[in-house]
Design a protein around this ligand. Structure first.
Ligand code: GLA
Length: 400
């Protein structure tokens, strides 16, 4: 089958699930039989959706990042069991980022990423690749800033970017069904592209080059632009910048299939109680999503969690507020038929990245995930389950 036909089939599989293209149904093909029908993935699957989570292999090696206070998720057998019993999909939390893979300009270290890919595959989970290019200067390994791009820096930057994408996609082939080709390259304050060595030498073409290279290297894969623009009233510049980027991509025939909506909601980011929030959510946010799907793009919830840093009260009160906000958010997102799967950014509170962020005033651990530190389901788990139960069946997918 030619590349064009494959791509067409994937689009159909994602948007229309047409018969005869089953071998290119990247999400659903790998998932038989999958977790039980009352699992989060099972409930999602009954509506033609899927559910998954990130998983990490140990302390993050993010450059200049805060100390990672969490233990190793992958070494926790209870967490692994929860993953396999609830999730149909897995995304490596940090293991495919440049700072994890690229300790030097000439090397790739796939050991941690391989562990997760092997685990997901052995347990029938579909795998997302996050991310081929996190185009923010602070998230590259230090050597990138000091690299000598030589007398033809544009050509060298392009060569480096292509080689990275080709190497990652080449290693995993069809084992990875979707890539966040670029993560977070729009600055929320200005709506413009972030300044990095790649934008310095390639300008906005960095986006085109990354997506074209990914399409060539992984023709089967869903290609996603992923960012954290959200529904908060003050987020207009970020949303406008993302729309501008997507419009440019469509105009230039850049092969983008979906917008990844990270969905880190709650305190600090998209605070539910902010003035004007309810109006912004129903007007600005829907308008934004309408424009995205109007460009013939799918939507993906890629990193869902609910930050309770500023939510006061005892634990039942906090958990209720987190669940209510999460439910309202997912109901809105799931009202879009082009949203086909939801990824949580962690299943269990104690492993959430938010434990490494500024603490709550009362010093208590945060509770942003569907399960508590003892792997017990919380109200947020029920909210996610109920959002799937209430979701419209994806029109063109067979349920079940
Ligand atoms: C962003 C990135 C994720 C992750 C979170 C915080 O959303 O896309 O990979 O690093 O921040 O952990």
């Amino acid at each position: 089958m030619s590349k064009i036909t494959r791509r067409t089939c994937m689009t159909l599989a994602l948007a229309a699930a047409a018969g005869g293209c089953a071998e290119f149904d990247p999400i659903f093909g790998a998932l038989t039989p999958g977790p039980a029908s009352d699992s989060l993935n099972g409930l999602a699957k009954a509506k033609g959706l899927r559910f998954g989570s990130c998983l990490g292999t140990g302390p993050s090696s993010a450059p200049g990042g805060a100390a990672d206070r969490r233990g190793s998720q992958f070494d926790d057998a209870n967490l692994r069991t929860l993953m396999t019993s609830q999730c149909g999909m897995l995304v490596p939390e940090n293991e495919l980022k440049w700072y994890s893979l690229r300790k030097s300009p000439t090397t790739f270290d796939f050991r941690r990423a391989d562990k997760l890919v092997d685990f997901a595959e052995a347990n029938g989970m579909a795998i997302r690749g996050h991310t081929l290019l996190w185009n923010r200067a602070q998230w590259f390994p230090d050597w990138v800033a000091n690299y000598d791009f030589g007398p033809t820096p544009r050509a060298e930057a392009e060569r480096m970017l292509r080689r990275h994408i080709e190497t990652v996609c080449g290693r995993y082939g069809k084992r990875i069904f979707a890539y966040d080709v670029i993560n977070e390259t729009v600055m929320p304050e200005t709506g413009e592209l972030a300044e990095t060595v790649f934008t310095k030498y390639l300008g906005p073409d960095v986006v085109d080059i990354a997506f074209h290279t990914a399409r060539e290297a992984a023709p089967h894969a869903q290609l996603v632009y992923n960012d954290y623009m959200g529904w908060e009233p003050g987020g207009g510049k970020h949303r406008a910048g993302v729309l501008k980027l997507l419009e440019r991509m469509k105009k230039n025939d850049v092969p983008v299939d979906a917008l990844g909506v990270q969905s880190h909601i709650g305190s600090n980011n998209n605070p539910g109680g902010a003035p004007g929030f309810a109006e912004a959510r129903e007007t600005e946010w829907r308008k934004f999503l309408d424009e995205v799907v109007g460009m013939n793009l799918d939507l993906v919830v890629t990193e869902f969690d609910v930050h309770d840093k500023d939510v006061p009260g005892d634990i039942p009160t906090r958990d209720r507020a987190v669940a209510d906000l999460g439910r309202a958010y997912l109901d809105l997102m799931l009202s879009y038929p082009r949203l086909r799967y939801v990824m949580a950014w962690g299943l269990v509170d104690k492993y959430s990245w938010l434990q490494n962020r500024p603490p709550r005033a009362d010093g208590l651990p945060k509770r942003p995930c569907p399960y508590d530190e003892n792997y017990r389901p919380k109200l947020l788990r029920e909210a996610v389950a109920n959002a799937f139960r209430a979701a419209p069946t994806r029109p063109s997918m067979k349920a079940g």
